[in-house]
Design a protein around this ligand. Structure first.
Ligand code: TRP
Length: 376
């Protein structure tokens, strides 16, 4: 393999690889950038913009403007997002869930959260269904630990709740041809039959609110951009079924702690799991890729490069809320006034403080799990 091959960008719902060019994704997926004007409109409802939006972690959308226009005229919306439970949750997974919580609070709206044990079973030969189902309940604890309101949060466990989704999935599946699905998802001759049907199951929660309440309102989906192919096909058929097109707001991938690539549970050394104990966090952060130089002397002289540094990105996207302090860290790094060891030490403290709280709430969530299960 040449270096060019290794760096080739691949972004599908099941594989993210190479150097990610987000501008190119906007063009190729045909989504819209989040403009200043649209952000102003959002700010009218949320007050100060959430740091994930302010700092461009969320960068693209479909129909967010339409959803806000409708909202201003009195049509509410529901939120929808989800999790493929193939293992424990790492802090990259929390990113869209944190924004979703913020939106739930600001707009006082319902969240449907799909846990796709069926998907994870189908797409990987190694995965056993019972394991995926079990991870699903484990992962739900992480969602609940973020502070969602039980009365407004409806978790759907696919294999358990398929009766609620099945009629909608059938209506969707009937209107999407195999040739569209193959072109959208890259299915091959060897792709199993379950997988080929499965996208209709991820589409179903976009429309479930009407079935449960009689209200026909749009769904707004905060999710990483790799999920976009699902929404593309769902949007195409929504109106034929009498629904609003689901809207999206897309985020980037949180990088892993290694060089390049997103944080991935299949590379445990470069992922911080929410159940990691403090010494494990410290060890992983200590080995992380930074923008630093070969020696301290050199770095003091020429400065380092925060734009490629994983540690700096963690401050930006999760662990430094104060814009001024973040800017100060950046300029001190570039000037060689602060070395990587210091940033790593600070980050370990922040992550471990966050995780200590999170782990407590996660334990408590075991008692309330059932309150969040979709009500029929
Ligand atoms: N396919 C997603 C995954 O593998 C899980 C998922 C289901 C999801 N519905 C969703 C993600 C809606 C975001 C939004 O992680």
């Amino acid at each position: 393999m040449t270096d060019a091959d290794k760096n080739e960008m691949i972004v599908t719902p099941w594989e993210v690889k190479g150097k990610i060019d987000y501008e190119r994704l906007i063009r190729e997926f045909g989504t819209q950038p989040l403009t200043e004007e649209l952000l102003k409109k959002l700010e009218k409802h949320t007050g100060e913009l959430h740091l994930q939006i302010r700092r461009g972690l969320f960068f693209s959308h479909r129909d967010l403007d339409t959803v806000l226009d409708l909202y201003e005229k009195g049509t509410k919306f529901v939120l929808y997002t989800g999790r493929g439970p193939s293992g424990p949750v790492h802090i990259g997974h929390l990113v869209p869930w944190i924004l979703t919580k913020h939106l739930q609070d600001k707009f006082n709206t319902r969240l449907y959260f799909q846990i796709t044990d069926d998907e994870k079973f189908l797409v990987d030969d190694e995965n056993k269904l019972a394991d995926m189902t079990r991870y699903g309940y484990e992962n739900a604890l992480d969602l609940i630990a973020l502070g969602y309101k039980p009365e407004d949060t409806f978790i759907i466990y696919d294999t358990k709740d398929i009766d609620l989704l099945y009629d909608i999935a059938l209506e969707v599946a009937k209107r999407i041809t195999y040739s569209t699905a193959r072109a959208t998802f890259g299915f091959q001759e060897s792709t199993n039959l379950g997988w080929v049907f499965w996208p209709a199951v991820q589409a179903a929660p976009c429309f479930i609110h009407r079935k449960l309440t009689g209200e026909n309102v749009p769904a707004l989906i905060p999710a990483a951009i790799d999920q976009d192919p699902f929404w593309r096909i769902t949007r195409d058929i929504a109106q034929k079924l009498g629904y609003h097109k689901p809207a999206q707001i897309h985020c980037r991938f949180l990088p892993g702690l290694g060089q390049g690539g997103k944080m991935s549970a299949s590379e445990p050394e470069t992922s911080i799991f929410t159940i990691d104990p403090p010494d494990v966090v410290k060890h992983k952060i200590w080995n992380a890729f930074t923008g630093g130089k070969g020696t301290a002397a050199e770095q003091k002289k020429t400065g380092a490069d925060p734009s490629i540094c994983t540690i700096y990105q963690y401050f930006t996207y999760l662990f430094e809320e104060d814009d001024e302090k973040l800017a100060e860290r950046e300029s001190r790094c570039k000037a060689g006034e602060i070395l990587c060891g210091e940033c790593k030490k600070d980050l370990v403290v922040r992550i471990n403080k966050f995780l200590a709280e999170h782990q407590k709430k996660r334990e408590k969530a075991k008692d309330t799990l059932e309150k969040f299960h979709i009500k029929r």
